[in-house]
Design a protein. Structure first.
Length: 168
């Protein structure tokens, strides 16, 4: 079990569009195990490769609390339906949450840990996790879905923490 350091807002890797995963080998499987261990330790329901410093289109998830952890490489979202307005946070922006609108249902096409093409539907929390983690792979964070006062409030607090040496 290896717990990887989680990158936080301000680290440039979090804002980079990621490269596709092209090599599916033992190293990738070990990375996925470490990412799952890191996600559970944090704790969270998803963790994307940029959050551990790797610019790869890869994330792990467990939106069902230990029942169904999974690995997604090179995801493509489609068939977004409905709308849910719920509280959301991010392991890369610790201690901050805000209400964010996400689809109620979404389909994702992806490659699994064996490089097999898969497709699945996510609803509710699973749809939120799939969208949130895919955002990371495109260089976006949940705060990018916020506007005005909500976004400004979080960014100002983070700037204040950074100035005091409490955010790095």
């Amino acid at each position: 079990m290896s717990i990887l350091p989680i990158r936080i807002l301000g680290d440039p890797v979090l804002r980079e569009p990621c490269s596709d995963v092209v090599t599916f080998d033992g190293h990738l499987r070990a990375l996925c195990r470490d990412m799952l261990d890191t996600m559970y330790d944090a704790p969270g329901v998803g963790l994307a490769a940029p959050q551990v410093g790797l610019s790869l289109r890869l994330f792990v998830y467990d939106a069902e609390q230990g029942a169904a952890p999974g690995i997604v490489a090179n995801p493509s979202l489609s068939d977004l339906a409905g709308e849910l307005l719920e509280e959301e946070g991010c392991l890369s922006i610790p201690d901050f949450t805000e209400t964010v609108t996400r689809p109620e249902r979404v389909k994702v096409r992806y490659l699994d840990r064996n490089c097999d093409q898969r497709e699945m539907w996510g609803e509710g929390l699973m749809a939120r996790a799939l969208c949130h983690e895919t955002d990371h792979l495109n260089g976006n964070l949940f705060i990018d879905h916020l506007r005005g006062f909500k976004k400004d409030r979080i960014l100002k607090k983070i700037q204040k923490l950074a100035k005091a040496g409490m955010w790095s």
